[in-house]
Design a protein around this ligand. Structure first.
Ligand SMILES: O=C(O)c1ccccc1NCC(=O)[C@H](O)[C@H](O)COP(=O)(O)O
Length: 222
């Protein structure tokens, strides 16, 4: 089924100011800045992330990806970077959302759910009940000894993601292994509010203008 509205696009793993400018020029709605992680290719130092935030014009959203799980560490990370959205890539205690909202009232909270099986549907709905403003469905594996919290380039079970979208009262972004070949099927199957992409629009680790332009055209149907 065709999506009925404009699917929002978040370009993740932004690691330079010129990458941010390119993504915005080609139509990104949001940029992702990956903080310290146990694994993954897209990490950027907090000082550089802060410069990218400063260089990003309104109304583009800046998502700071954090693997921190305590309120104090999450707040400290946000204050170093200055992003307007916090993307929690690991599970947090239920009360964390309310405490973060009290301490950072202007900052939106996006909870990542790593979709492994149908048990993640309940996990997603609980995160919303506890206060997440949006969900982002990704393909990491937090049960590994060295946690994978994103940037895997892998697709997960989109049927589970579709069920989460259907039941979620808040916007849901789809991530994980999206590329030029599968993005239309991903939209039609999952019907997400937005998409998040990292490796699928990169070549040798760098944001690739041609791939990004083609991705935008595929998503927006032009
Ligand atoms: O890219 C990383 O190194 C990373 C590590 C840990 C958490 C998130 C990370 N990347 C950011 C993302 O959320 C990616 O955009 C998302 O996982 C999708 O990545 P991809 O499958 O490569 O499109």
């Amino acid at each position: 089924m065709e999506s009925q509205f404009r699917v929002r696009i978040k370009i993740c793993c932004i690691s330079r100011v010129d990458e941010a400018r390119l993504a915005v020029r080609l139509g990104a709605d949001a940029l992702g800045l990956v903080g310290r992680m146990p694994s993954g290719p897209g990490i950027v130092a907090d000082e550089l992330a802060a410069q990218i935030v400063q260089a990003t014009p309104p109304p583009i959203a800046t998502f700071m990806l954090t693997s921190e799980t305590t309120v104090d560490e999450i707040v400290a990370h946000q204050q170093r970077v200055g992003a307007n959205t916090i993307q929690l890539v690991d599970a947090v205690q239920p009360e964390t959302y309310a405490v973060l909202r009290a301490k950072l009232p202007a900052i939106k909270l996006v909870q990542v759910i790593h979709v492994l099986d149908e048990r993640n549907i309940d996990e997603a709905l609980r995160a919303v009940q506890h206060g997440a403003n949006a969900l982002l469905l990704d393909s990491g594996n937090p049960t590994l000894t060295i946690k994978e919290l994103g940037g895997t380039g892998r697709v997960h079970n989109w049927q589970v993601s579709r069920q989460i979208v259907a039941q979620s009262p808040v916007p849901v972004f789809l991530a994980g292994g999206l590329n030029l070949a599968n993005v239309r099927e991903a939209i039609d199957t999952v019907q997400p509010f937005g998409l998040d992409i990292c490796s699928g629009v990169r070549t040798n680790g760098n944001l690739d203008e041609q791939k990004l332009d083609a991705f935008m055209q595929l998503v927006h149907g032009i």
